[in-house]
Write a new protein. Structure first.
Length: 282
């Protein structure tokens, strides 16, 4: 590992494969990500998985406070000593699993919407994105470093092979942009994939709201549950437990051809489909 003076010496830390740990170990890239993320002096940051602290150090210098949630107890212990030794007092380390974390309590403590940062392991990236969507009223923006293939899925448009559940859910409530590409040689251990940094900016309101976002989530999940099937067969054979007759009526009401596949439907069409489903299930 090749850390600069901005990094503590973590050469005795062994990454845990079962946690998907690949640590950014390039200080200049970390500073670039924080800079392009436009972190402001009054921002309160929630960092998901600080790892070796690559992003935490520049975030602490740029923001008012950083709450770093780390599942790995070993890293929490070492990071605490590193921040103390560097004279950094505006970082709060929290030893918890982000998938079980109480975002509401932290938002109340922060007194303002949270800016979220994270280098997300592949094995939890989808689950974390869905959590962010469901709690988006607590956040201003999310800036995530992800495997390139995941980032492509998030930004995908209808008709592409990458377009799916996450594309639709994010397209409904946010705007996304790519901030940077990060090569595998900048991580320890070196992964076999490229990474991208993206910004997710949640919109305060949606153009055509669904009557029930929980139903919207379930409809989208069902539609993409069997991607090779038509939208009619995907919905009829899904966990929604609706009959083929009801699906036919819903599709007719929404003016959607049942022979189409889910990846051809726009976000707006999924909204229309959800609202039609709601009227038939009410």
């Amino acid at each position: 590992m090749n850390f600069s003076k901005s990094f503590p010496d973590f050469r005795n830390i062994r990454p845990k494969k079962h946690m998907g740990q690949n640590f950014l170990n390039d200080p200049s890239s970390a500073r670039m990500i924080v800079r392009r993320g436009c972190v402001q002096p009054d921002d309160v940051v929630l960092e998901i998985g600080p790892g070796l602290g690559a992003l935490t150090f520049p975030l602490a210098r740029a923001a008012a406070h950083v709450y770093a949630v780390e599942k790995d107890r070993d890293l929490v212990d070492v990071l605490g000593g590193a921040f103390s030794g560097a004279g950094i007092s505006n970082v709060t380390l929290i030893n918890e699993n982000i998938l079980d974390f109480s975002f509401d309590d932290l938002r109340k403590e922060a007194g303002r919407p949270l800016l979220v940062f994270g280098n997300l392991p592949y094995n939890i990236s989808s689950a974390v994105i869905l959590l962010m969507i469901d709690h988006r009223h607590l956040f201003s923006r999310c800036i995530f470093m992800l495997q390139k293939e995941v980032a492509c899925r998030l930004r995908a448009l209808p008709g592409s092979r990458d377009y799916g559940r996450l594309s639709v859910r994010l397209g409904y409530c946010s705007d996304m942009r790519k901030l940077a590409s990060v090569g595998p040689h900048l991580f320890y251990p070196r992964p076999r994939v490229e990474s991208e940094v993206i910004e997710i900016r949640f919109r305060p309101e949606t153009g055509a709201p669904v009557y029930d976002e929980a139903v919207f989530s379930e409809v989208v999940k069902a539609a993409f549950g069997q991607r090779r099937k038509t939208i009619k067969n995907s919905l009829a054979g899904s966990h929604l437990a609706v009959s083929g007759k009801i699906v036919d009526a819903v599709l007719s009401e929404a003016r959607i051809d049942g022979s189409r596949r889910a990846e051809t439907l726009s976000v707006e069409e999924f909204v229309t489909l959800t609202n039609a489903m709601g009227r038939f299930l009410a």
